[in-house]
Design a protein around this ligand. Structure first.
Ligand code: CP
Length: 356
């Protein structure tokens, strides 16, 4: 899926009062809806920006005026801990005003449509909307009805681009160049937006991605034991016959959350069997390369897709993923809402370049 509303144009380097530089950042995009139309270079530029943000986020006094005067709304129509809190923290560290809207506490609960909610928020002169929604494509719809920058914080089974960026950032910090590195993704490939985004993201960085999951949790036309062709959009993706094959010699092992409702829907015989056959535990991690990273996007079902021993063991970077999420989301918000760029009513043609 491409981003139909991407703004293009070059953004000259800007050194702001707080030391955040735009140098190296790519052409300003208005929205971040998916990673599929970002080049590896653009992704690396965002990750480079996140390096600086990580340093800022680690300071004792980490408040910066970088986005002072900007208003960011986080609009979550699904539960979230990591993504919502880290976007709020990211916006606040950058000096923006951050307002949280949840479906249950908004007029959505009185029957207001998504379109009218967006128009209402737009009328309050907002700069960015961070949206999580249970329906795939919701953030695309919203981006067509607002001048604000829209960030997809997870839409249905489709995409979770900032999760993938923080996962790439975490892996890059440990192993550097990902070309030829083996990434094993284990779990619900059919319904997981994290799986889809991460397969695309790691492949873009030159990694070899292998997935392992029950036959009932991959698309019907995919066959375990095969390698996908380019026509699928995931060319080169290996579909392992079993989890040991996927994890064997891996540099990164990523376990995905198994939603309990999949069992109710008949996709899984039982959670115990899932844990036995696909759960990541110490025995399986021993098949991976020495020093392999263990990742999980969270929230974890310990004892189902991941054992407690490895979830909190020496190879686990789960907490690091969460910490990096703040820096990556700072980079995303800054890139989209950088000084000199206004998407407010009356300024719908984004300007770029001069610091405000
Ligand atoms: N990984 C992730 O999206 O977690 P939350 O649902 O807690 O935001």
């Amino acid at each position: 899926m491409t981003n139909p509303t991407t703004a293009v144009g070059n953004n000259p380097a800007i050194e702001t009062a707080n030391g955040i530089s735009d140098e190296g950042l790519v052409a300003p995009r208005q929205h971040l809806l998916d990673l599929d139309d970002l080049s590896a270079g653009e992704i690396n530029d965002l990750l480079d920006s996140a390096e600086g943000m990580l340093e800022i986020a680690g300071r004792d006094n980490r408040k910066t005026p970088a986005l002072r005067g900007k208003t960011i709304i986080t609009m979550f129509f699904e539960n979230s801990t990591r993504t919502r809190v880290s976007f709020e923290q990211a916006g606040k560290i950058l000096g923006a005003d951050v307002i949280n809207v949840t479906a249950s506490a908004s007029s959505v609960s009185k029957g207001e449509s998504l379109l009218n909610t967006v128009k209402t928020l737009q009328a309050m002169q907002i700069d960015a909307l961070v949206v999580r929604h249970p329906h795939s494509g919701a953030s695309y719809f919203i981006s067509n009805h607002t001048d604000a920058s829209v960030v997809n914080a997870g839409d249905g089974t489709h995409a979770h681009p900032t999760q993938s960026l923080l996962d790439l950032f975490t892996v890059r910090n440990h192993i550097g160049d990902m070309t030829g590195k083996k990434i094993a993704i284990v779990g619900d490939v059919l319904y997981s937006r994290v799986a889809r985004s991460n397969i695309l993201a790691f492949q873009k960085m030159g990694a070899e991605v292998t997935v392992s999951c029950p036959n009932t949790l991959i698309p019907d036309e995919w066959n375990l034991g095969s390698t996908l062709g380019d026509e699928t959009g995931f060319g080169g993706l290996k579909l392992a016959r079993n989890v040991d094959e996927a994890v064997d010699s891996a540099d990164v092992v990523m376990a995905l959350r198994i939603q309990q409702e999949r069992q109710d829907a008949g996709h899984l015989p039982s959670l115990r069997e899932y844990s036995d056959r696909w759960g990541i535990n110490a025995q399986r991690m021993a098949l991976a390369n020495d020093g392999a990273l263990l990742m999980h996007p969270g929230p974890m079902n310990e004892g189902v897709e991941i054992s407690s021993e490895v979830a909190h063991g020496a190879q686990s970077v789960v907490e690091e993923q969460v910490r990096n999420g703040v820096a990556v989301r700072m980079a995303v918000l800054y890139t989209l809402c950088a000084p000199g760029k206004s998407t407010r009513i009356g300024n719908s043609e984004s300007t770029s370049g001069d610091e405000a």
